[in-house]
Design a protein around this ligand. Sequence first.
Ligand SMILES: [Zn+2]
Length: 212
Amino acid sequence: MTMSANARALDVRALEPVRALRAGLRRPERSEAEAAVRTLIRWAGDDPEREGLAETPARVIRALEEFFAGYAEDPAAILQKSFAEIEGYDEMVVLRDIRFESHCEHHMAPIIGTASVAYVPCGRVVGISKLARVVEVYARRLQIQEKLTAQIANTIDEVLKPHGVGVIVKALHHCMATRGVHKPDTSLVTSRMLGCFRDNSQLRQQFLGMAG
Ligand SMILES: [Zn+2]
């Protein structure tokens, strides 16, 4: 109970529609987005019309399309197909070190890291690549690591309804590495434990050991 109240307070409910869609915000035209990049180049002190920069706004927008492709995808839908023929398998399933690239919502700077995802199935399992896809879809949005971690765990919990879910995320934040405090070797570790991973410290330790 505390857990779901907590999740709501953090506004990280897995199945929440993307805020921009809910608010009915108009998506700018590509030409408007490219003009915004030209403005930023001028603001940085360079000439967006010079040869080397002429194609840059178009390239930046194509890169942003890739970085933020996760807004167009529904992570819950990825987990919809699951398999029940598992011969009573009820031990932990762990997918370790799923590499991801995300962007922090405070600086739009890269967050590069790995996620380890575990769950204890309750009658159903999903294809393991689907767990990696869920990580990827949430990563390809503007994020803070705490929210990313919670969204991955909450989605698996809500859609697959396992006995428990554990997620550990370790990442390097470029907004800390290349600006601000300039700490390039510092990584942030976050975790979210639900169900049996929260209640059973032995299971949690086992997962932490495997993901460490
Ligand atoms: Zn940042």
